[in-house]
Design a protein. Sequence first.
Lengths: 262, 268
Amino acid sequence: MRRLLEKIGDETLYVLETAGRMGLFLLQCLRCVLTPPYKLRAILQQIQFIGVRSIFVIIFTGGFTGMVLGLQGYYTLTKYGSESALGSAVALSLIRELGPVLAALMVIGRAGSAITAEIGIMRNSEQIDALECMAIEPCRYLMAPKFTAAILSLPLLTFIFDVVGIWGGWLVGVKLLGVNEGAYFQWMYDSVDWTDIRMGLVKSLVFGLLLVWISAARGYYLHLEREGGFGAEGVSRTTTRAVVMASVAVLVWDYLISAIML
Amino acid sequence: MAKERQQPEVAIELEGVVKRFGRQLVLRGIDLKVMAGKTTVIVGASGQGKSVVLKHMLGLVRPDRGRVLVFGRDLAKISRKELNALRMNFGVLFQNAALFDSMTVFDNVALPLRERTAKEAEEIREIVKERLALMGLQGSEAKYPAQLSGGMRKRVGLARALVLDPKVVFFDEPTTGLDVHKSNEIYRLFFETQKQLGYTAVIVSHDVPKIFKLSDYVALLAEGKIQGCMSPEEFQLDENPLIRNYVETTMGPIYSSAKEEPGFYETV
């Protein structure tokens, strides 16, 4: 019984400690993002890494997501004789939900994992300690450009995802299955309003922040991982955890934002 | 009036430093003074917490109990900004040099100057070239750390540690993983740069007895405490059983007072 209580207490303390640490890390990073000096060159490099290099995978997944939506939506709507509403179904699904969520998940897989591994290796090889000893704030030097780049890139990537997805839906619905082109775009035009776009934008901003925060913090505190974060195995384990944690966080926050904004 | 004897001032002082990691009590009350302008070597078996002591001095780790005073200032009571200002006086050579993999040798050494000073690019270039030349690394500016040998990486690390003309330089196992020739090269560079720049040195090392020749003070860390901090000559003759045991196991009994034991020379 005593052992069980000890274990529960130990676990609770660890969770609270980790949450507190990550919270402070976020505040520190946001302070560095918002206050000068701004590292423009580093920000552009990170935009290139997080944003530009993700465009291909975003176009690819966006296109196929839109095509699947077009296909599934067509057969579902045909049952009710409303296949002309396909444009509305595809656009709303993408703009409100699938665009921000899938774009974030793709960027987590591509760039988030790389951020955790990079920072984790820097922690293991004492490069972060070296920065601190040189009186260079790691949060300003390493993290702030990544935070800025992710927060700026995610909405743009989501926009690309949405546009390509709508085009994918059009390709399948209009070109392959014969839905009227005018109806496809008119329904879309009539049903999508500013609140939908605003929701997608808010989600993509929040997801951008979540993915970079979790990925960077897990790498930064690699040495404090309970199972030991040292060595190649420690880095790979922590990277996997960061990807899972960031993906789950995106889905949880997707629900929360939808619940608040709808 | 009798002439007052000049005592070296204390650069760093640890007072009753206790540190626990999880359930493991690593430091059980460290008391140590690092004298300004002198070389203090911290020795001890692996896993005793020598690097942890160094990290306390650098402000990278906070003690659970006790105080760390750097130039008389308690690291726990100063702001991050003040700590950074204090760190401008530090240079560190890490065990594996801790060079930034994605930067060239030149950029690694130039980093502290670019980030922490208002110097012009031309001036930075001159300083970096001069420091690299001091380390015998001319022509390596454009190379990446992965293209360097272990000894070269250490020399780049030392160039970076010295680029801001620090008052205190910390060496964490400076010769680990190097052969005798390269170790000697690092020691030679340390000896020459200290003579030239006059910095206080704190060295964590296993390289006994060679390191004694370079040190003013030797401190043994064992059982979570500093067992003594004294000149190398006094250290080798000290009666503390832990120090004596360390001297015997690392240097052989011939260096310790055990050489006086009857019959010793017959058994060697």
